[in-house]
Design a protein around this ligand. Structure first.
Ligand code: V47
Ligand code: SF4
Length: 380
């Protein structure tokens, strides 16, 4: 209650301040819990100061998620870093023709990785990587079945429309049938990857050849209609404009209105090390925080905004908690290479529970361990 009163006072201070009519109107909408328009979001990107955005985003995150900061106990498995696609922002994949420089794990090799966590209290395994012909529908069906046989309660969050589109086409099955087969085999939810940026012109330039924006949204829609959940990401800070970011979030907000199937929105900051877009400068931390805040203000139907600490680093992740983010992803372990290879501050991303809890408490928030579906496991 004290927190909410403080937030209301801050909003009131904005309404009384000497700022543009547009910014006052947007603050008024936030105070009344009304939705902002695309034009207003674009206005925020162009004109709003960080402190203004912070107050609004924090107001919303407080009434939506109290003072809580969620995290889970998870680990990543990347079945391959070889890929038939050549996204220009990707530092991680190796071309099929250079496949000896990469790794391609078998079902049993992946199971052996899973078994290493047998004694640990992890609740989720996150499985994604490159796209290769050998890792097809049957491969993933067998993998998920074997994981569930070994550890039924482990939540499998795996694959994105990029993989689905490729493997279902190869197996000549519809999206509906393919998703049903994998769900039956043990797939529990979908991570948010592969969304990149939905604007078709930019998508073609940076991620040409892989599933289209329409296909990405269609696959998530079908998954949601099966009563299941997923996340959504947005790759920002490269060659897209603010208008493209709002267009991206608009398409997600519309789908969420229809299905309510998204758990979290995860802005992913473009990192420029060792990829074909190395000449594109990375955006500043201020821009990261502004982006988190505008996402929180705009996406009124997304319960959670996730700051993926392994990508932005733990210090920016801590800051983001005052700019709308309420989730830090998980303890992760050092099994994901996608960001360390792209130049993230976190070269071996791994945090113990205590480290995560301390990091959250240091900024005055309440750490809450959750499962993948945001059911509370433990409040610290
Ligand atoms: O789709 C690849 C991004 C994504 C770079 O759902 C890059 O809980 C920045 O989606 N700079 C995969 N980003 C990761 C992902 C994810 C991560 C954490 C949690 C969840 C979740 C999902 O990583 C790709 C792409 O957008 N990416 N290369 C790069 N150089
Ligand atoms: Fe392949 Fe994904 Fe990298 Fe694109 S981002 S090249 S689809 S691994």
């Amino acid at each position: 209650m004290i927190e909410t009163a403080k937030e209301n006072q801050s909003i009131q201070a904005i309404l009384d301040a000497d700022i543009s009519t547009e910014l006052k109107e947007i603050a008024g909408k936030v105070a009344q819990r009304k939705r902002i328009t695309n034009q207003e979001a674009i206005y925020l990107y162009h004109h709003a100061e960080l402190s203004y955005l912070g107050i609004l985003a924090n107001h919303i995150r407080t009434y939506m998620n109290k003072n809580y900061v969620y995290f889970n106990h998870n680990f990543h498995v990347e079945p391959t870093n070889v890929c038939v696609y050549t996204c220009s922002f990707c530092s991680y994949s190796r071309l099929i023709k250079n496949r000896e420089q990469g790794w391609e794990l078998s079902v049993d090799e992946i199971l052996n990785i899973i078994k290493k966590y047998d004694e640990q209290a992890v609740t989720e395994v996150h499985i994604t990587g490159g796209v290769v012909p050998k890792q097809d529908l049957n491969f993933y069906k067998e993998l998920f079945e074997k994981i569930k046989q070994h550890r039924p309660e482990l939540h499998i969050k795996a694959l994105t429309p990029v993989e689905f589109h490729y493997i279902f086409k190869k197996a000549k099955v519809s999206y509906e049938d393919g998703l049903a087969i994998l769900h039956k085999a043990g797939l529990d939810s979908l991570p948010g990857g592969g969304a990149e940026i939905f604007n078709e012109t930019i998508r073609d330039q940076i991620a040409g050849g892989k599933c289209s924006s329409e296909e990405w949204l269609k696959i998530h829609k079908i998954w949601h209609q099966m009563g299941l959940h997923s996340n959504a990401t947005m790759l920002y800070g490269h060659i897209e404009s603010f208008e493209h970011r709002v267009d991206h979030m608009d398409r997600l907000r519309q789908l969420q209105d229809e299905t309510k199937g998204f758990n979290a929105f995860i802005p992913l900051k473009f990192r420029n090390k060792d990829n074909q877009m190395a000449h594109v400068p990375e955006v500043s931390v201020i821009e990261d925080l502004r982006n988190y805040a505008i996402a929180r203000i705009y996406l009124d139907n997304f319960q959670h905004i996730k700051a993926y600490w392994a990508m932005i680093g733990r210090k920016t992740a801590q800051l983001s908690l005052n700019f709308g983010a309420d989730d830090l992803d998980g303890t992760i372990d050092d099994t994901t290479k996608i960001y360390s290879m792209a130049g993230s501050e976190e070269q071996n991303p791994k945090l113990t529970t205590q480290e995560l809890v301390d990091l959250i408490k240091a900024v005055g928030k309440t750490p809450v361990e959750r499962d993948t579906l945001y059911r509370i496991v433990k409040e610290f």
